[in-house]
Ligand binder design. Structure first.
Ligand code: AMP
Length: 213
């Protein structure tokens, strides 16, 4: 079994696919976006600093994210799906040098055109309590505004899923991810998926490409 690194612009569906794959294959799903939002929710001084950065759609500095990741990652106990990390070449190096070391891993890139992303993000809603992800058009909850999974969580739109911030997040992402893709491609550890399809179809393709299922 190898560790998995999921790459894809905001709205590419990588978070939804990561949650599902983790459940099916027993990985721990670790999203740096979730870790950062948890820190914001704690109302610490660090959380306040992170909050201002998240609201603009900019990136949090590499060492802060790396510290949060290291504190929450126990590779001797589980296999992981890294979601949202690395976001630049320096983070790709940090991940290898400080966390993965000699462990085998593969990158998975969820490719989606910008028009699809903007539509998906504007429709995305997240459960405040358990983090489940919905799309108000293609994957709505059974009861509007309430979570199907935990039953009690309120569904909200992330501040950074609003128009204006979306374009900035997309540009920041595409600029940064190129060198990571080159790095993984040249080592033959990159799986590239066309992710502008239905969630079921993408998941089927993911299983086939990663596990031959
Ligand atoms: P996400 O939930 O992955 O879309 O991340 C939400 C926001 O958290 C991003 O727009 C960044 O501001 C921040 N973030 C998440 N992961 C990272 C990372 N690896 N490095 C820097 N900032 C990050």
């Amino acid at each position: 079994m190898s560790q998995l690194v999921f790459l894809g612009a905001p709205g590419s569906g990588k978070g939804t696919q990561a949650k599902r794959l983790a459940k099916e294959k027993g990985h721990v799903h670790l999203s740096t976006g979730d870790l950062l939002r948890e820190e914001v929710a704690k109302n610490t001084a660090l959380g306040e600093k992170i909050d201002a950065i998240l609201k603009k759609g900019d990136l949090v500095d590499d060492l802060t994210v790396m510290e949060l990741l290291t504190a929450n990652c126990h590779l001797d106990k589980s296999d992981y799906i890294f979601d949202g990390f690395p976001r630049n070449e320096a983070q790709a190096r940090l991940l290898e040098e400080r966390l993965l070391k000699d462990r085998p891993y593969r990158g998975v890139y969820f490719k989606v055109p910008l028009e699809t992303l903007v539509g998906r993000l504007a429709q995305r809603r997240v459960c405040q309590k358990c983090g489940a992800i919905y799309n108000v058009k293609s994957m709505p909850p059974r009861n509007p505004g309430a979570c199907d999974h935990c039953g009690s969580g309120h569904l909200f739109q992330r501040d950074d899923d609003r128009e204006g911030v979306i374009a900035n997040r997309f540009n920041v992402y595409t600029e940064m991810v190129g060198p990571i893709l080159d790095r993984y491609r040249s080592r033959g550890i990159l799986v590239e998926l066309a992710a502008d399809k239905g969630s079921e179809e993408v998941f089927g393709e993911l299983l086939r490409r990663l596990f031959g299922d």
